[in-house]
Design a protein around this ligand. Structure first.
Ligand code: NAG
Ligand code: NAG
Ligand code: NAG
Ligand code: CA
Length: 460
């Protein structure tokens, strides 16, 4: 309807949009910041919310160990196999490349045999705790899009805390506690992410799921990003609109997945038994073969490109924004306050571009934004029509608050506060349409996947 009036140069969007017309538009890719369209007034730019692709972020980090001399091999030492105290023929020697285990080996390409790994000195000063901080710094805000996965070469630690910073390492908050015995180690009841819900998703938990006591042959520790997304987007992350809507409105939720630094605090190595074998302390140490961190530069939905230059990540800002995260308006484009882009409405979102300052052009800017029509709201006094705000979150079902007067609803919802299912209003709710998602394998979905050259409907 609306779109068919335009002939877009960016054929993809036109095709996708018209293909998707019969279905609610439940997802977007946000991989284009603007396209040129033809209107009755000629060629104009159409701006939309955009973000960089999610990628392997370990390529861009700096790693720092505390204490700095904790890596094994200086002086050379032998260590024993955890499970067998009499197998002590392994050597660590920092001055011999084949026998050294420097921190870089946590981030090199894995998949060969044997794996390469960082290793700490052994616990020779027992009972003094053997503790190591591994700090990963990006000097840039990034948004996590997939699980953090840490692979241990020997046993997984008995006690560990994953911490995060949002202010380049000035302050730290715990992200998750890991222990063989949470109550004993941290005075916390053990929980798993599966015990959480939409309402408790931000709770910081202690988990025993990844400790030595359980499946001893597993070497992996997760911080579960996807399980947390699933509370909003469903178990197969199909209803991304709902997640995006929630991320749009709830700053706390968005910040939860945002970091500038991560810190792995190793507090007690794997012991594997109740008592520490004091005669064979060379059995105890930390060794990590791989750390996976997937995410994207946070550019406030104003850039698709994030460049790595001079060991520094920076958003290439569009929409006349600027700053490392596109967090402010460019000079002479301060005609209204800066605002992040919005994921809604799906699929193109709202660009919220910065507009020319009034003084720079002499008169009011012409601006093709649709301002909310207050008189169309079903409220008695339009002057007090404060329908919603981002702190109090009155918009429901993932709706976003727009200038405090209107909720922008995800495609499947309607009503002033997005409280009604659109299909309910039309009297056509089927079993699946309540999600607002077309059934899996529907022609629209398959065609969309084909157009975008991806087999997966996931967005990350
Ligand atoms: C690790 O970092 C924490 C703060 O996050 C600090 O209190 C602790 O002393 C550090 N431990 C080591 C071994 O540097
Ligand atoms: C930003 O400013 C340039 C001129 O510097 C202009 O051509 C462009 O259309 C503007 N973009 C947006 C999104 O307003
Ligand atoms: C605003 O909404 C009212 C009621 O729906 C309508 O009569 C009016 O024409 C609208 N105004 C504009 C500027 O669209
Ligand atoms: Ca490795």
């Amino acid at each position: 309807m609306y779109l068919s009036r335009f002939l877009s140069i960016h054929a993809l969007w036109v095709t996708v949009s018209s293909v998707m017309q019969p279905y609610p538009l439940v997802w977007g890719h946000y991989d284009v910041c603007k396209t040129q369209i033809y209107t009755e007034e000629g060629k104009v730019w159409d701006y939309m919310a955009c973000q960089p692709e999610s990628t392997d972020m370990t390529k861009y980090l700096k790693v720092k160990l505390d204490p700095p001399d904790i890596t094994c091999g200086d002086p050379p030492e032998t260590f024993c196999a955890m499970g067998n105290p009499y197998m002590c023929n392994n050597e660590c020697d920092a001055s011999t490349p084949e026998l050294a285990h420097p921190p870089e080996l946590m981030f090199d390409f894995e998949g060969r045999h044997p794996s390469t790994f960082w290793q700490s000195a052994t616990w020779k000063e027992y009972p003094k705790p053997l503790q190591v901080n591994i700090t990963l710094s990006w000097s840039k805000t990034i948004e996590l899009t997939d699980n953090i996965v840490i692979t241990f070469e020997s046993g997984r630690p008995d006690q560990m805390i994953l911490e995060k910073s949002l202010d380049y390492g000035r302050t730290w908050q715990p992200y998750q506690y890991y222990a063989t015995d949470c109550l004993d180690a941290f005075h916390m009841d053990p929980k798993s992410v599966k015990d959480l819900s939409q309402h408790t998703v931000l709770e910081i938990i202690c988990t025993e799921e990844y400790s030595t006591g359980y499946m001893t042959n597993s070497k992996i520790i997760h911080f579960e990003i996807k399980d947390r997304f699933a509370f909003f987007a469903g178990p197969w992350l199909r209803n991304m609109a709902s997640l995006y809507g929630q991320l749009d409105t709830t700053k706390k939720l968005r910040d939860f997945f945002t970091v500038t630094d991560l810190r792995i605090r190793l507090l007690r190595p794997a012991v594997g038994e109740i008592f520490v074998d004091e005669l064979h302390l060379a059995r105890y140490f930390y060794a990590i073969s791989d750390i996976k961190v997937h995410g994207r530069c946070k550019c406030n939905l104003h850039a698709t490109v994030c460049v790595y230059d001079n060991s520094k990540l920076t958003c290439e800002c569009e929409h006349n924004t600027t700053g490392p995260d596109c967090g402010k308006c460019k000079k002479n484009y301060q005609g209204r306050p800066w605002s992040p882009g919005s994921y809604l409405p799906i699929p193109k979102g709202t660009a919220n571009t910065c507009i020319p300052s009034i003084s720079s052009i002499g008169n009011l800017p012409k601006f093709n934004r649709i301002w909310p029509n207050i008189s169309s709201l079903e409220v008695s006094n339009p002057k007090q029509a404060n329908v919603c705000d981002n702190e109090l979150l009155h918009c429901q079902n993932g709706g976003t608050c727009h200038n405090n007067v209107r909720c922008l609803c995800p495609a499947a919802y309607t009503g002033i506060l997005c409280e009604k299912l659109r299909c309910e209003e039309a009297g056509s709710c089927g079993s699946d349409s309540g999600q607002g998602a077309p059934p899996p394998g529907s022609p629209a979905l398959l065609l969309l996947a084909a157009l975008l050259g991806t087999a997966s409907p996931l967005l990350f």
